[in-house]
Design a protein around this ligand. Structure first.
Ligand code: PLP
Length: 427
């Protein structure tokens, strides 16, 4: 009885607090009214520019077949970074469950206070070993890894040279640092050399995505390494779209380019091929990793990655290292898709990578193509300016090892049909 009345009191107190909040309605504070006016204008601008982000809500786990809230049936999913199909893999899910059971939901702490478990050390050790580097540091995301790298290692005496199409997290990470900043045109080694040759900086750091996510094309690692050596520079590679599946053993862009060890520093994500849950890391020289543990702000001032997420990444690494089967399936799916679309008269940009941008050019036509695919039960997304250059609108397709040959054939056929219907393919 006492328990029941205590419960009622708590519920009543909660309702009172909510009522007080409701009471504020109708007499809005002037600052909030001003904010609404300013933001309304901004939001209208976004709508006018047709860059509004519509989120489709999944009511199922991430997988090759998904359910979308408000729509009937299942959709064949070709727009996730679920390259190896591990996001909902039974062994990965089970490992996460076991991590949760053994180590709890989370740490309620940053790493250096009381947020480091044996599991975190084990994953850092495994990642360093996987890449053959001296040490590795785990972050909540690769965005955090990039946000924490440049400011920690570079001062105004130093310089950073960044590819024009690098990921937003690299761009933001560079913004935070006080080094001299140079942006070289996308994959342009001549222009980069010109910049390096004229720099007197103490540390020179070249940074590039290993694989560029909008184009599915690969950074010129051999050329970048040569320039780094010639001008006493360092090379950092963000291998988020390569780790675990690109290259024969999944070691990423270096392995794909046949130049293992080319990067001095690798940043990557655990939110794509390796589990698909969350997390990021930096691996490289031990002095750098030690410095990051001491001064890198997203590491020092943000909670430790939760144990189920860490356990999922560890199990995913087992699967990545244990067999090439998933990588081979992914390669086969990529090849079938690229060949199928070419045969259907469509253009797929990029290199030999499961990111397959189906090029359209005109933005409304790309939206029409994606909508037509969706009507046929295939979930793909159109990208247009400013995400990609003007006139470079496209529908980006991402293959997974979990797609069956039938799934791929269905997608190819649907692209061929819709392409004809909307006049993208002639004849
Ligand atoms: N770097 C690149 C190249 C990416 O494509 C992404 C994700 O889109 C990130 C970093 C961020 O990764 P995370 O989701 O782990 O923050």
């Amino acid at each position: 009885m006492a328990l029941r009345s205590q419960l009622l009191r708590t519920v009543y107190a909660g309702k009172q607090a909510t009522r007080q909040l409701h009471g504020l309605k109708g007499k809005e504070r002037a600052g909030v009214t001003r904010l609404r006016e300013v933001l309304d204008d901004r939001l209208q601008e976004i709508k006018k520019a047709k860059t509004w982000k519509h989120e489709r809500i999944l009511s199922s786990p991430q997988d090759t077949k998904v359910r979308v809230q408000g729509a009937e049936g299942e959709f064949l999913n070709f727009c996730a970074n679920n390259y190896l199909g591990l996001s909902n893999h039974p062994e990965v899910v089970e490992a996460a469950r076991e991590g949760l059971r053994k180590y709890g939901a989370g740490l309620s702490s940053v790493r250096f206070i009381c947020g480091t478990q044996t599991l975190h050390k084990e994953l850092e050790h495994r990642l360093a070993q996987f890449h053959g580097r001296e040490d590795a540091i785990l972050y909540g995301s690769c965005f955090d890894a990039n946000a924490g790298l440049f400011e920690s290692m570079l001062t105004p005496e130093d310089a950073v040279f960044s590819d024009a199409l690098n990921h937003a997290s690299i761009i933001d990470g560079i913004r935070l640092c006080k080094a001299q900043k140079y942006r070289y045109p996308h994959r342009d080694l001549n222009e980069l050399e010109h910049l390096l040759a004229h720099s007197e900086a103490r540390i020179k750091l070249i940074v590039t995505d290993g694989v560029f996510s909008m184009d599915g094309n690969v950074a010129p690692l051999p050329g970048l390494r040569n320039l780094a050596d010639k001008y006493r520079a360092l090379l950092a590679v963000d291998d988020s779209h390569a780790t675990g599946f690109f290259g024969a053993t999944g070691r990423g862009t270096e392995e794909y380019c046949n130049i293992m060890g080319a990067a001095d520093i690798i940043c990557s994500t655990l939110g794509k091929a390796v589990s698909g849950a969350a997390g990021g890391y930096t691996t490289g020289p031990k002095e750098l990793i030690t410095l990051l543990r001491n001064v890198s702000r997203p590491y020092l001032f943000s909670n430790a990655p939760p144990p189920p997420v860490v356990a999922a990444a560890l199990k995913s690494l087992d699967l990545v290292e244990g067999s090439s089967e998933l990588r081979e399936r992914l390669q086969q799916n990529t090849r079938s898709f690229r060949e199928g679309l070419k045969a259907a008269g469509l253009t797929v940009a990029g290199d030999d990578h499961p990111i397959c941008p189906v090029m359209v050019g005109d933005a409304p036509l790309a939206v029409e193509l994606a909508s037509g695919m969706l009507q046929r039960g295939i979930y793909v997304v159109a990208f247009s300016y400013p995400v990609v250059p003007k006139g470079g609108a496209r529908v980006r397709v991402q293959l997974s090892a979990a797609h069956t040959p039938d799934d791929v054939a269905r997608a190819v056929q649907a692209f061929a049909d819709v392409g004809k219907t909307i006049g993208l393919v002639k004849g």
